[in-house]
Every structure is written in C-alpha cells, then in structure tokens.
Design a protein around this ligand. Structure first.
Ligand code: SAH
Ligand code: SF4
Ligand code: F3S
Length: 484
C-alpha cells in the first residue's frame, strides 16, 4: 500500500500533557519530538511505536517542526524517488542545524537500514541512524547524540514485533488506525528492497493484536487496518511449513486472526493490507464474507499481467493463478472491491508482455490501482541478475497507458454505484469544502456529502448521486449510529 505521496503526520498534541506526567528522566522533560513519516502504512504505524517509546521517557511530541528539539524522519526506500525526497528534506535540516546547533536529526526506517552509516559518515546529513527493529534503543541513542556522539543501530531481529508497546496515536482524526500484525518479508520478489530493509518475516502474538484493537474501540476508534507485507502468511505458533511449534498452545492463521478481531464488536470495522495472490486462501475469503464488519475490499497486487514477467519478478504465481484467485473472490464475496499494484518497464519487458498487463486490466477491471515505473534497487535479485534495460521513455509511455486505462475503469465502476445506498464511516470535513463531510464506504471508496446533523465517527447510509474517478458524491438518507 505504498502511496506516492508525502504524508506529514500530525502529532496528537492532546497527549503531550500525558507524556510529561509519565516523565521519568529529568533531562528529557520538555524536549520536543517531531516525527515525519514517508512510505507505506507500516512506517506510519512504526512512527506511533517510536512516539510511544520516547514519550514514556518524558519527551513531548509536537506537530510543529519549527519548535522541535529532535526531528526523526521515518523513511522509505521502495523507489529511488522516495529516497531523493528524504535527502532534500535532510539537507534543509542540515542548514537549520547551523542556526540551532542542539537540534538532533535522526533517520529511521528503510533508508536507515539500507544506507546504514553512509548518511552519517559520508554525507554528514544526520546524527542518528536507527533501523526498523532497533526502536527500543532510541532513548539511549538520543542520549549518546546529546552527549556529543553520533549513534547507530541497524541490527535486524528475527523476533522483534513491538507486541507489548501501545502506540501513541499520531493521527488527529481518531477514527481509523493501523495495527501491525507481521513485520518483515520472506518473499524476495526480485524487484523489491523490503526484505533487505525490514528483515525476516515474523508474526505478532494474536492476543496483543486483539487487545490493541479492543483498546482502540474503547478510546473511540471505529476502524482498524491490520497490516503486513503479506497478511496471508500470518501464522502464530506455526513454522513457515505449517508445522506446530508448541503443541500445548493453540495456533492462529490469518483467517482465524480476522475472526477474533471481527468478533470484538460489530461497530469496529476491519480492513487489512496487503494480500498476496500466491497465499490468499478461500478460508480467508469465507471469513470476510461471513462478517459484515470486515470490509469487502481486497488489495491484491498483480505487478504484471504476463506470466514470464511474473516469473522474473519471482512473484510465485502466474497470470492464470491470479485470475483464479479473483474468480474465487467474486464467487465467495460477490460484492467485493479489488485493487492492485502495477509496475511498468520491468527488466526485459517487451511490448507484447506489456500488452498482457493491459489485457488483464480490461479483464479484471480493478476498482483502483497504484501504478509505478520500475525503479532498480541496489542488492535486489533483479539488480544482480537482470539488466534495467527498458528505456525510461518506454517505461513512462507504458505507465501513461496503464494510468489512462485505470482512470477509465475506475470511472466506469464508480458510475455503476450511482443510485446505490452505501454505508459510510464519517472521517471528517471534506478537504475541498467546509460544508461537506467525507468518509469511506465498505469498498474503501471515498464518499463526500453535505454536512448535516452528524459528525466524525458516525456510520451513515448515503445515497450515491454522482461521481468522479476517485470519489462518490451523495446525500445521507439514514444515520445508523451517532457518537455525538
Ligand atoms: N508487500 C506488498 C508490496 C509492498 S511495496 C506486496 O507484495 O504486494 C508496494 C508496491 O510498490 C509493490 O506492490 C510494487 O508495485 C511497488 N514496488 C516495489 N518495488 C518497486 C520497484 N523497485 N520499482 C517500482 N515499484 C516497486
Ligand atoms: Fe516486497 Fe514481494 Fe515482500 Fe511485497 S511480498 S514486500 S513486493 S518482497
Ligand atoms: Fe514500506 Fe517503503 Fe519500507 S514501502 S517497508 S517504508 S521501503
């Protein structure tokens, strides 16, 4: 679920007081922390773990970068342009340090893991480099920096899931939250840097996931998104081959985990991301079909419509297998939105192979797609085995074709919604106008409608009257539950 957007997460200022109260370390009291996140939902969820670890030590969070004493940038390496954006940002902060010598600037996340000490030693852009599995070390590392040293911890772990840490929610809306269920990835898709930056796959204790979701509901949240690079490979007390680790304890797979979380309350909406075509089982689909509060929405990245390209990508499925999985979704959950990711111009991709992606788009009619030009990443299998030989103009032209077709498909799908009445969870005021509210329906489509006697966190039934490629427009016909 990587969106090519820069999201600067707001910090929940309401928690600052709380953070000061639990302060145990005099040196940290009043020191202001600003966290900025890039990349996928995993990073946004991790930033909340980081905020939790540091507020426990007495730091206060701030949403205003200008008043920060410590700036932490949680970064993404998925494509080259994700990294260039962060470099620019770090250069800005380097200039600010000339004016504010005590400012601590740290880099977290995937770029930290990939580049290790180079941003610190060669480019001298930061004081602190901390990889995704080393956040518990942050308080000590920041202290080292404040003592005049540079600090690094980029060790990856086979066990760390931060299961016991209650994240400090950095999203001000307080309606929808991410909950990590796995970390890392064992798939080794040949184009992908994630296995190198996030390490081996591991699943989090299901009871801690259940408890976190329950607490979220109790504090007013109405929606959780269960997160993993491949949620279908979630397994607890089982090896990757499916053997039981400890026979005295129960095992849990992804379908069972969803059952558990869906059972918390019909008021809590469940989403999940990302599903992997090679691992998504009918059992998971049946659980989705059975529970009204599990959204009928599956993000199922295809990457390419050609089986030879998929083989070079090491995705573990063919075009036919993917079609079979979509047919299974259509059979078991008749009204289900399906979205995807597509890469254009992967190594050796021919015109005919690209045409197979176009034909699959016409056949599948995905509701929405995230579409990217292939970007070669250091150390990946593709970088070592293949040549990045599709010219940039060709990658770009193919991307334009893919985007144009997807726009057409999305509009057609949205137009079919006109006249329907959809259940919408209200997230807040529409970005475009104060007079409108916006929320998402069961398909994860954005729905905008005139303000009325209801507000954030309410479920309403909206009759769809009009649409654009990305948004449905309508009017509320019924309020289902009001928190006001
Ligand atoms: N775990 C998810 C994907 C995470 S990365 C999955 O397997 O589906 C999100 C998306 O970024 C991928 O689905 C892919 O479409 C895109 N992506 C990953 N590496 C890329 C690269 N080197 N160049 C271009 N796009 C890439
Ligand atoms: Fe990357 Fe593949 Fe893992 Fe997704 S499943 S994170 S694309 S290696
Ligand atoms: Fe996510 Fe980007 Fe890392 S997509 S896992 S933040 S490389």
């Amino acid at each position: 679920m990587t969106k090519a957007i820069e999201l600067n997460k707001d910090i929940d200022e309401a928690r600052q007081g709380e953070a000061t109260v639990i302060a145990t370390n005099k040196k940290t009291v009043g020191r202001k922390l600003y966290v900025e996140s890039y990349g996928c939902a995993m990073n946004f969820a991790d930033s909340e773990v980081v905020a939790s670890i540091l507020t426990e030590k007495g730091y206060a969070t701030t949403a205003d970068v200008d008043e920060a004493d410590i700036i932490l940038i949680n970064t993404c390496s998925i494509r080259e342009n994700a990294e260039s954006r962060v470099r620019k940002r770090l250069t800005n902060f380097k200039n600010r340090k000339k004016r504010q010598p005590n400012l601590v600037v740290g880099i977290l996340g995937c770029m930290a893991e990939r580049l290790k000490t180079s941003l610190l030693e060669e480019e001298k852009l930061v004081d602190l480099v901390v990889g995704p599995d080393a956040y518990r070390d942050l308080p000590g590392l920041i202290e080292e920096v404040e003592g005049g040293q540079k600090a690094v911890n980029v060790l990856l772990s086979r066990e760390e899931t931060y299961a016991d840490i209650t994240p400090v929610r950095l999203d001000k809306k307080g309606i929808s939250s991410f909950v990590s269920i796995t970390r890392g990835c064992d798939n080794m898709c040949s184009f992908c840097v994630v296995p190198f930056t996030r390490g081996r796959e591991r699943s989090r204790d299901p009871q801690t996931i259940y408890n976190e979701c329950k607490e979220l509901l109790a504090s007013g949240y109405k929606e959780v998104t269960l997160l993993g690079q491949n949620v279908d490979s979630y397994r607890w007390n089982m090896t990757s081959k499916g053997e039981i680790k400890d026979s005295s304890k129960p095992t849990t797979n992804f379908a069972q985990l969803m059952e558990m979380v869906a059972g918390i309350s019909p008021e809590l909406r469940i989403r999940f991301s990302t599903s992997h075509p090679k691992d998504m089982t009918d059992e998971v689909l049946e659980v989705i079909a059975k529970h009204d509060n599990i959204c009928n929405y599956i993000h199922l990245p295809v990457q390419s419509g050609n089986s030879d390209v998929l083989k070079r990508m090491n995705r573990g499925y063919t075009r036919e297998w993917y079609i079979d999985r979509v047919n299974a979704i259509r059979r078991i959950i008749p009204d289900c939105a399906i979205t995807t990711d597509i890469i254009t111009g992967f190594c050796d991709e021919t015109d005919a192979e690209h045409e197979d992606t176009m034909s699959l788009m016409r056949e599948m009619k995905w509701d929405f797609a995230y579409m990217y030009k292939y970007s070669e990443r250091p150390k990946t299998l593709a970088e070592r085995k293949f040549e990045d030989n599709v010219p940039d103009e060709v990658k770009g032209a193919r991307l334009t074709e893919v985007i144009d077709l997807q726009q057409k498909n999305s509009l057609e799908i949205n137009q079919r919604q006109i006249g329907n009445i959809n259940k919408v969870l209200i997230e807040g005021t529409s970005k475009k106008s104060e007079d409108f509210l916006s929320g998402r329906d069961d398909h994860n489509t954005k729905v905008v409608f005139p303000k009325g006697n209801f507000g954030k966190g309410d479920y309403v039934m909206v009759k769809i009257k009009d649409c654009t490629t990305a948004t449905l427009l309508g009017e509320v016909v019924e309020i289902l539950e009001s928190t006001n």
